[in-house]
Design a protein around this ligand. Structure first.
Ligand code: FE2
Length: 385
């Protein structure tokens, strides 16, 4: 037996004897098998029935069970099923009576590793035990490997997800820097783009838009005027009224913005919004004079958000109007300038909701400025120390 078992690993480190549980209602059978197996070097324990066997297996690890098939009360099949459920790593060999082949096959079908006819020959019994233990060792090793692999896949997935999050954050910060540069050039519209993002996403959310689509619409709103980078200072920063020629120049900005960001794969939907952000629901907008549903939903939502922010923000030449005024003006223009469905969602947010969005943004900005100022002071202290 030992010769059959010996592998390089097993001879190098003396393995503890394998524990085998013999279950039989007949005491003489239990004793004979138990004595023989102990002589062969196994750590053998016995049980008079399936319930006692389960109790033993609960108390200590049992790698292998040799069980009689026919027992009064709970039989060998019951034991087999119970071990499958509660101790799936325990191998079970069944002892069946002569001529009970059908039941033996049934045992194999239900997960027994082998069956032997009673009374079993010692050589057959040992061979069967060794085969079962070897099979179990391989199966346990496979399970351990699979678990390790699953853990590795899980770890890698988390790492990948974090890396994607970092990339997405970097993208977002790059876009914010780009828009801040644009805002800085057009002094009077400072923070306009970021406020419009908040109003746009709030309306889109009311319309049931979520996930990636919501993010893309937010990005489109953030970048809406990016094409103004291509508008000359003399036109963009002109304090007075624009001439018709200057308007032609100014009205190129949706197309310029579209050309700028459309080749970037993750900005292809925002590019649609940039191109359409000056369109009107009634088809009297520019540059393509699109109408109704032809205009991207993100651009239809943006149009409402942009008007709200433009009307409620102060300009050097005029004071911003109240939210109530801006809301009733937007409602008046539903169906002409704005999509009525979008206006409905916008009205659902209500004046208090819209004011809260603006105040929340201002509070966050103040917090950020304070943190930056503190960092500056801290740096100065460190420099002079
Ligand atoms: Fe614009």
């Amino acid at each position: 037996m030992l010769a059959e078992m010996s592998t390089t690993e097993e001879t190098a480190v003396a393995a503890p004897p394998s524990r085998v549980l013999v279950v039989d209602d007949d005491e003489s059978v239990r004793d004979v098998i138990s004595v023989l197996l102990k002589e062969e070097g196994y750590d053998c324990v016995v049980a008079a029935g399936p319930e006692a066997a389960l109790e033993l297996a609960t108390a200590e690890e049992i790698p292998l069970v040799i069980s009689d098939m026919k027992m009064p009360g709970k039989d060998g099949l019951w034991l087999l099923e119970a071990f499958r459920d509660r101790f799936p790593d325990t191998s079970v060999i069944m002892l069946t009576g002569f001529g009970d082949t059908e039941a033996a096959v049934d045992c194999l079908r239900r997960g027994a590793v082998d069956y032997l006819l009673k009374p079993p020959k010692l050589t057959d019994l040992i061979r069967s035990i060794e085969r079962a233990l070897a099979k179990r060792r391989i199966e346990l090793a496979r399970k351990r490997y699979q678990k390790k692999l699953e853990r590795k896949v899980r770890d890698r997935t988390t790492e990948l997800r974090n890396a994607l999050k970092d990339i997405s954050l970097t993208y977002q910060n790059t876009l914010l820097a780009l828009v801040s540069a644009l805002d800085a050039r057009e002094h009077e519209t400072s923070d306009h783009s970021q406020r419009v993002v908040q109003y746009t996403t709030a309306i889109a959310h009311r319309l049931g838009i979520k996930g990636v689509e919501l993010d893309e619409i937010g990005r489109g709103a953030l970048l809406h005027d990016i094409g103004k980078i291509g508008v000359p200072d003399a036109v963009l920063l002109k304090p007075g009224q624009l001439t018709p020629e200057e308007w032609v120049e100014m009205r190129k900005h949706p197309d310029t913005g579209y050309q700028m960001i459309q080749p970037i794969a993750f900005l292809s939907i925002p590019a649609q919004i940039v191109l359409s952000h000056q369109e009107r629901f009634d088809g009297r907008g520019y540059p393509r004079r699109l109408k109704g549903d032809e205009i991207h939903i993100g651009a239809r939502i943006f149009a409402v958000a942009d008007t709200l922010d433009a009307m409620t923000s102060d300009r050097p030449y005029r004071k911003g109007t109240s939210f109530a005024n801006a809301i009733s003006e937007i409602e008046r223009c539903k169906g002409t300038q704005f999509d009525p469905e979008v206006v409905r969602a916008f009205l659902d947010i209500g004046e208090a909701g819209l004011v809260a969005i603006r105040q929340d943004m201002m509070a966050k900005k103040a917090e950020l400025q304070k943190a930056n100022a503190l960092n500056l002071v801290r740096d100065e202290v460190v420099d002079t120390a």
